[in-house]
Unconditional design. Structure first.
Length: 143
């Protein structure tokens, strides 16, 4: 008697299809973050030694909901994320750290080229065109 093998079920998701075919970087980043969030939840579940059924009981949801959450395609509400944080004793949404505010200061600097005066070169001193020889306290030659 031959045993029939079940064909492997291929998981299909519209979100994942779009993720791999879409060139939109914003959509790609959002899906990537959802997958990383699902991975953090999965790692926390495993570190507690819980299976998906136990997590479902603790969260008061059906096990199929946990499967959906851990698929990386689920769009969580903040309430759900806060509940998961509480049950798994992890931080998924950081609300306690103050938001960093970036300050941008813009300075405009004007640079003029100034030639170092020689004994015969005129330059401005007290807003007057003068020669180094006419400066107070400057002596040329022997005094």
């Amino acid at each position: 008697m031959e045993t029939k093998r079940k064909a492997k079920k291929i998981y299909k998701s519209k979100v994942l299809e779009d993720f791999f075919t879409n060139k939109d970087s914003k959509s790609f980043k959002r899906t990537e973050k959802n997958m990383l969030l699902a991975l953090r939840i999965e790692n926390a579940r495993k570190s507690l030694g819980w299976n998906r059924v136990r997590l479902a009981k603790e969260m008061n949801v059906e096990p199929s909901v946990i499967t959906k959450w851990l698929s990386g395609t689920h769009n969580f509400t903040t309430d759900t994320l806060f509940d998961i944080e509480e049950v798994l004793n992890i931080s998924l949404v950081n609300t306690s750290e103050p938001q960093k505010i970036e300050t941008i200061t813009r300075h405009v600097v004007r640079v003029d080229v100034i030639n170092i005066p020689t004994s015969q070169s005129p330059f401005l001193y007290n807003n007057e065109l003068t020669s180094i020889l006419n400066l107070p306290g400057y002596y040329y030659g022997k005094s």
